[in-house]
Design a protein around this ligand. Structure first.
Ligand SMILES: [Zn+2]
Length: 557
């Protein structure tokens, strides 16, 4: 790994105007430079370079980033190679840091454990027979790197030989402290490695082969594995998720059976109810999803909840009607991939799904149904989609649209307001001004943001608020996601002119207001749960923030 100091030196010594100017002619326009975009074909220039922020942005195609990022794209290099490329131009010696990243040890431990479990599967005929009985072919087993955790403390026993520190295995959730000492967390189970989006093993799911309990077991949450943040199978299936509406199933075996039958556009939860973060992850793949859960009462309840979470995250959901007491795994093994796709073709949107299972003979029943639908409708943030569904509901009951209940109080989940442009502008300011980043850190502004992408940027800004060379160029280099990098770069071209102290104070006040709104929602939820003590604490914190926001605003004049 390249030392952070070297990266910083490369970043501060590189002149982005001079660098980009080596690839295309640039002309000065005000404080920026302009040229013909190298990333799309155009006749009049819409590609800008900002020397002060050391960023570039194309108003035509949306490309944008930092100097390092520009080299990555144009020279087709990975980040470290791009840094070396720039260092060479500048005559800077690249110093390597032998200390790997904070979480590298955990990733290594998970990867090694995955290899270990794969090897154990190859030696266990009973585990192989079990997977065969479940209908999984070799290719599926290999692709998802299924394994087997043997009984006894075999992983612990081999840790030293495999160069794994016990303390790391504990942090990775693979060993656990019990009365009798450190023991393997997983034993006598079929193992399902869980992969990050980029393909690193970050945790495991596991299933017993017989009937003992608990049937399913997941790794505990660790520094690199949070069950609520990731979907099972998404690394292997993500390439397919954009080609067809993603199918959401509950269990590992559901997913593996579907894939085994050639249905690849599928992801699964991780043994818990669908979380908003998982729904956001799913939203990246086209904004729609088909819920395909078990055909029993637990599955139907879970479907109803998943509907709400997906609607709240801006995903347009449908529900597949699985026959009674059948799960997708059974169904696909009986009817094949084609059969399952035919079933999915009949999936219902949330209006039809809710009404399908209801008797609507009496006015009282109809009223209840309307109220429930209105509760779900409230979660739909997209204006057009909202209108279309509102019309559908009104037509269905022959109601005037305006008589749909505005606030039914039926919805059990805490709906978060949709992210707004205001939130984006706020984070844009935080990214560009170190003083604001410090304030954001102090109040933990990132917690209060609705858009997960903006939350990531804000959290990075808070983490690096005191770094030398703080600014958007540096943040861009810390962000993995292309789309977010581009957005960050584009912000540096929005705000022309240096902000005054007054503007900065106003932004500070707005930050406090956003955070206060978030605290209020938490307090309301605490009251609803009957936790008045917590609610009072949250409200006190909120008043304090609002007080200081008011004070900041009054300084302005
Ligand atoms: Zn362009």
């Amino acid at each position: 790994m390249i030392k952070p100091e070297t990266i910083e030196q490369v970043r501060t010594s590189t002149d982005i105007v001079e660098l980009v100017g080596g690839y295309l002619p640039l002309k000065r326009v005000g404080r920026n430079y302009r040229g013909l975009c190298p990333f799309h074909s155009e006749r009049s220039p819409s590609f800008y370079v900002n020397p002060e922020r050391q960023t570039y942005h194309c108003f035509g195609c949306g490309a944008g980033g930092s100097a390092i990022n520009f080299v990555m794209v144009t020279e087709k290099l990975e980040f470290p190679e791009a840094v070396r490329f720039l260092a060479k131009r500048l005559g800077i010696t690249v110093e390597e840091d032998r200390m790997p990243g904070r979480n590298q040890a955990l990733y290594d431990a998970c990867e090694q454990a995955a290899v270990f479990y794969e090897q154990q599967l190859a030696r266990s005929s009973s585990a192989q027979a079990y997977l065969e009985r479940r209908g999984l072919g070799r290719e599926t087993v290999r692709r998802f790197r299924l394994g087997y955790a043997p009984p006894g403390n075999v992983l612990r026993g081999q840790a030293k030989r495999r160069g794994l520190a016990e303390v790391t295995l504990v942090s990775a959730g693979l060993l656990v402290k019990r009365e009798e000492g450190l023991t393997d967390y997983f034993y006598d189970r079929v193992m399902f490695p869980v992969f990050s989006l980029s393909g690193k093993v970050i945790g495991f799911g596991a299933r017993v082969m017989g009937d003992s309990e608990p049937k399913y077991l997941n790794s505990p949450d660790t520094a690199v594995f949070r069950k609520g943040d990731i979907l099972y199978g998404v690394f292997q299936t993500k390439a397919y998720l954009r080609e067809a509406v993603p199918i959401l199933v509950e269990g590992n075996f559901d997913l593996l059976s579907l894939v085994n039958a050639g249905v690849n556009h599928v992801v699964a939860g991780l043994g818990t109810a669908l979380t908003p973060a998982q729904a956001q992850l799913l939203r990246r793949y086209g904004g729609r999803a088909i819920i395909c859960y078990d055909g029993d009462s637990a599955g139907r309840k879970a479907s109803r909840r998943a509907l709400e979470v997906l609607l709240g995250a801006g995903v347009d959901p449908q529900v597949a009607l699985m026959p009674d007491d059948t799960d997708p795994d059974d169904y696909v093994r009986k009817h094949g991939g084609e059969g399952l796709l035919a079933l999915l073709n009949q999936a219902l949107d949330f209006v039809d799904y809710l009404l399908a299972a209801r008797r609507l003979d009496s006015v009282a029943e109809q009223r209840l149904a309307v109220a429930e639908l209105a509760g779900l409708l409230k979660l739909v943030g997209d204006k057009v989609t909202h209108e279309l569904y509102a019309n559908r509901i009104a037509d269905r009951f022959r109601l005037d649209r305006r008589s749909l209940p505005q606030d039914s109080g039926q919805s059990a989940i805490q709906s978060r307001p949709r992210p707004t442009g205001a939130e984006e502008r706020l984070v844009g300011m935080v990214a560009q001004h170190q003083e604001l980043a410090r304030q954001a850190r102090e109040m933990r502004l990132s917690d209060a943001l609705d858009d997960p992408a903006l939350q990531t940027v804000c959290r990075l800004a808070e983490e690096h608020a005191d770094d030398v060379g703080y600014g958007p160029g540096m943040l861009i280099d810390l962000i993995d996601e292309e789309e977010m990098r581009r957005r960050l770069a584009s912000w540096t071209f929005v705000d022309e002119g240096r902000p005054t102290d007054g503007t900065l104070r106003q932004v500070g006040a707005r930050m406090r207001t956003v955070k206060a709104g978030w605290l209020r929602r938490l307090a309301d939820a605490a009251y609803e749960r009957g936790d008045t003590e917590r609610a009072d604490l949250l409200n006190a914190e909120r008043s304090r923030l609002l007080g200081s926001a008011a004070a900041e605003r009054s300084v302005r004049s």
